[in-house]
Write a protein that binds this ligand. Structure first.
Ligand SMILES: Cc1cc2nc3c(=O)[nH]c(=O)nc-3n(C[C@H](O)[C@H](O)[C@H](O)COP(=O)(O)O)c2cc1C
Length: 193
């Protein structure tokens, strides 16, 4: 089996976003592993309008060109790390919109979460787990929560992720679980084809 390929999705597109920092960090930590491949997937590269397709992508192909490119990108991936902000105790609208724009490309693949904000985006992540269940994804228990102290330290006080070793420990747990599920589900998908 070829190594599972994991997409690290940056869940914010706003000007001046913080999301680049945790995305680059988890990408660099993850890339030290030799059992998975990783690539950054930036929602800015897939500028999809608010969902207005005639039907759910669960029932038929999408028409929007960016959404077609998004689906093509997702179909080549075996799992996901979603790097998410928290907006009003939920995920960003652009991230939820991107999840609504595909279906089969998510099914029977694992997803893990890296969140940042006041409570490490815990509330947004728990909402995203419910969305993931409907998309038939396996949501990995271990998450990384970059909480207020670390968030402000990295954003405003010149600190780095390495100044907070518990984040590295959380990332290791997340990646171990993600690797198991990515291998297991990739093999199972291949066997079922
Ligand atoms: C519309 C909006 C709502 C927000 N709501 C929350 C929130 O509920 N919880 C929280 O921890 N931070 C909240 N914040 C602050 C974000 O954590 C902070 O702006 C962070 O940088 C957003 O991620 P981004 O810069 O990658 O977009 C909110 C920010 C915005 C723009």
């Amino acid at each position: 089996m070829t190594q599972p390929k994991i997409g690290i999705i940056i869940g914010s597109t706003r000007e001046g976003r913080f999301g680049d920092k945790p995305a680059a960090w988890i990408h660099s930590v993850a890339s030290r592993r030799d059992d998975l491949q990783f690539e950054l997937v930036d929602l800015r590269d897939y500028p999809m309008p608010f969902f207005a397709e005639p039907m759910s992508p669960a029932w038929g192909p999408v028409k929007n060109e960016s959404a077609k490119a998004w689906a093509a990108k997702l179909s080549g991936l075996d799992g996901f790390i979603i790097v998410t902000p928290e907006y009003n105790h939920g995920p960003s609208a652009v991230l939820k919109n991107s999840l609504d724009y595909a279906y089969a490309e998510f099914v029977r693949k694992p997803v893990a979460f890296v969140g940042y904000g006041g409570v490490g985006a815990a509330r947004a992540i728990e909402q995203l787990r419910l969305v993931a269940a409907e998309l038939q994804m396996v949501s990995v228990r271990n998450a990384v929560h970059v909480g207020m102290v670390e968030f402000l330290g990295i954003w405003k006080q010149g600190k780095s992720f390495d100044d907070y070793p518990h984040l590295g420990q959380a990332a290791a747990g997340l990646l171990d679980e993600l690797a198991w599920w990515a291998r297991t589900l990739k093999g199972a998908r291949a066997g079922a084809a």
